[in-house]
Write a protein that binds this ligand. Structure first.
Ligand code: PEP
Length: 245
């Protein structure tokens, strides 16, 4: 039985007061839910989020990590820092990191390895761009993203390996994949997880303009195990609805 995950990616949003207000309004929503709730604040707000979330059944995640414990890596945040801050999960391979910061597959593979070596829950993002979908190569794109990161590189059990299918054309655009489009891709990913890695029990989240109004339809498919949410996770009222969809 795969437990549904509802995860928030706050990206480069939310200042101290907004974080405090969010947790005050969000209250014990996660405690009263059967869902696994994950929140990924920006680095400077991880510690205060972990403190505000204590005892509330919320896992605090990082949006990225530099794959070293510590050292001379100006501007980076590494493994020891994440552990010190109370982080239990890390998002790797988000399309904004791939696209805006030019993260290549070999660095992403290193991060996937590092997150597992540190015993953290890996949330690994994959997804095709609009031109890739329009030219029909989306399955090949996903294969390359998954194979390059996972082949001979999975060490943690399936419950600590989660894939987020996030079509790039749906992220922050207000355009959502239809439940049929999402289901097709999730079923494809499940086949890979099962056949190539024996990880059929890993969870697969959908991400891309998920909102309280569309989550129900998207979550109806048995291969969709939850959502990774950007914009609609920034307001407690909206994220509460998503957690309790
Ligand atoms: C995301 O960036 O992971 C995301 C899904 O964003 P949004 O919900 O805003 O499309």
């Amino acid at each position: 039985m795969r437990r549904t995950i509802i995860a928030a990616n706050w990206k480069m949003n939310m200042l101290s007061k907004e974080v405090v207000d969010f947790f005050a309004e969000f209250g014990n929503t996660a405690l009263n839910s059967e869902r696994e709730v994950i929140i990924a604040p920006a680095y400077p707000y991880i510690k205060m989020s972990a403190e505000l979330a204590a005892g509330k059944n919320i896992t605090i995640a990082a949006q990225d990590v530099y794959p070293k414990a510590e050292g001379a890596f100006t501007g980076m945040v590494g493994g020891k820092m994440l552990a010190d801050l109370g982080v239990k999960a890390v998002i790797i391979g988000h399309s904004e990191r791939r696209r805006i910061f030019g993260e290549p597959n070999d660095l992403i593979r290193e991060k996937v390895k590092f997150v597992q070596e540190n015993g953290l829950h890996l949330i690994f993002c994959v997804g095709e761009t609009l031109p890739e979908r329009e030219s029909g190569v989306m399955f090949d794109v996903l294969k390359e993203q998954i194979y390059s990161a996972f082949d001979d590189n999975l060490t943690l059990p399936p419950e600590k390996i989660t894939i987020a299918y996030e079509p790039v054309w749906a992220i922050g655009t207000g355009v959502t994949a239809t439940p049929e489009q999402a289901a097709e891709m999730h079923t494809f990913i499940r086949k890979i997880l099962k056949g190539r890695y024996d990880y059929a029990d890993s969870r697969i989240l959908y991400g891309g303009s998920v909102k309280p109004e569309n989550i129900q339809g998207l979550m109806a498919n048995e291969d969709i195990d939850g959502a990774l949410v950007g914009g609609a996770s920034l307001k407690a009222s909206s994220f509460m609805k998503l957690v309790n969809f």
